[in-house]
Design a protein around this ligand. Structure first.
Ligand SMILES: [Zn+2]
Length: 389
């Protein structure tokens, strides 16, 4: 039921929003006359048949028939209801919310609270790691101590849903378990087991909890509040976050969006006031670059390291960051890209540039990556690098 107040809000948002910006948030647009055109974000196609009219504020796909205005677009794309979509637009596109907030609809009270996975089920699954293929894979590359640390830090669970199934729990900043993603892995290669169907499932779905109101958070979101000063690095896959947390712990904390589509406005609320680096996989660079502009954080960088290193792992066009960083040669090449992002990012801000100049000198002297890490660590421990006055 659309009340008069809601209708007014709708009009206000439409008047303030440029549908081109909204669509561009997800996919690059090309101007064609007075309209814009792109490949349809709602169905797979090779030639663009998705048209957007700035003047009319609407879109239409001539392939699948999808059509609507900016609000409808966000509803479909982010799987939100009408009110949530308006909130989304207000947050990501800075639409004045006066109308929305002063409305008598008590929008806040109407928001449905997220459901949580019962703690006993959660804790019970944090065990049985000898039957957890992902954890077994971790044992092939790390010492036991490090594996234990990853498993504990990220709340990795075991599920019998697949033989050797792994659960990546999404624990929010208040230690509530929003859900868990259950995935099958190959214990030797550490790659997803693509033979298994479905490719993944959710804890709340498998438990068949009635009326579950899923509100996802980042994988590793609890680490954000636990590390209030750390820069936040966001990758797509849970596996990548786990690996990077070991190899690149000095860059800050590592959390996962859970996929290309996973960088949603709701999740990004947890980034407020923080310094963020996005590490998109090579096929989602543009999409994440577009999203970066509207994430409400103190500062944001998008690393193109993976895009640049597209050919780092031969024959793997769709390789994700985890594939790159688990290959020792590619890792060595990539490390410099990572460092560069950090230098750009920290310079001026924290007075830590000196540390990275030394890093560069170590590199010129031909020190290998691990030795460089150790040397820098030593210098930090010895408090040789103090923030400049
Ligand atoms: Zn379409």
């Amino acid at each position: 039921m659309i009340t008069e107040a809601l209708r007014l809000q709708h009009e206000s948002i439409k008047a303030n929003i440029n549908i081109i910006d909204v669509v561009r948030h997800y996919t690059p647009l090309k101007q064609e006359g007075s309209n814009y055109i792109c490949k349809c974000p709602f169905h797979n196609e090779n030639t663009p048949s998705f048209k957007v009219s700035k003047a009319k504020g609407i879109y239409k796909c001539f392939g699948c028939g999808a059509s609507g205005d900016a609000i409808k677009f966000v509803q479909e794309k982010e799987k939100l209801n009408y009110m949530e979509a308006m909130q989304w637009l207000a947050t990501f596109h800075h639409v004045p919310l006066d109308n929305l907030q002063s409305s008598p609809s008590k929008q806040k009270n109407e928001q449905i609270r997220p459901s949580y996975i019962p703690k006993d089920i959660f804790y019970h699954s944090l065990s049985n790691y000898q039957n957890n293929n992902f954890v077994q894979f971790l044992h092939t590359i790390f010492d036991k101590e490090i594996v234990d640390e990853i498993v504990e830090n990220y709340y990795i669970g075991t599920s019998t849903y697949y033989n050797g199934g792994t659960v990546f729990y999404q624990v929010d900043s208040e230690s509530n378990v929003r859900t868990g993603k259950i995935m099958p892995y190959n214990p030797v290669t550490g790659k997803r087991d693509r033979e298994k169907k479905p490719a993944s499932n959710w804890v709340h779905s498998v438990l068949a909890i009635k009326d579950y109101h899923l509100q996802q958070c980042f994988f590793g979101e609890h680490l954000i509040t636990e590390n209030p000063l750390a820069p936040i690095n966001i990758v797509e896959s849970e596996k990548a976050a786990c690996l990077a947390s070991v190899w690149f712990s000095d860059l800050g904390i590592w959390i996962a969006a859970g996929g290309k589509e996973g960088l949603t406005a709701t999740k990004c609320q947890s980034l407020k006031g923080r310094n963020v680096i996005l590490w998109p996989d090579n096929d989602s660079l543009q999409e994440w670059q577009a999203k970066a502009k509207s994430i409400p954080c103190a500062s944001i960088k998008v690393s193109t390291a993976l895009f640049v290193s597209r050919n780092a792992v031969e024959g793997q066009d769709k390789a994700d960051i985890a594939d790159y960083i688990s290959s020792p040669t590619a890792r060595d090449e990539l490390i410099d890209e990572f460092r560069q992002a950090l230098i750009d990012y920290r310079e001026d801000e924290h007075g830590m540039a000196g540390q990275w100049q030394i890093w560069e000198q170590f590199k010129k002297k031909g020190l290998r990556m691990m030795d460089r890490v150790q040397c820098c660590q030593q210098l930090i421990n010895d408090k040789i690098f103090l923030p400049e006055e």
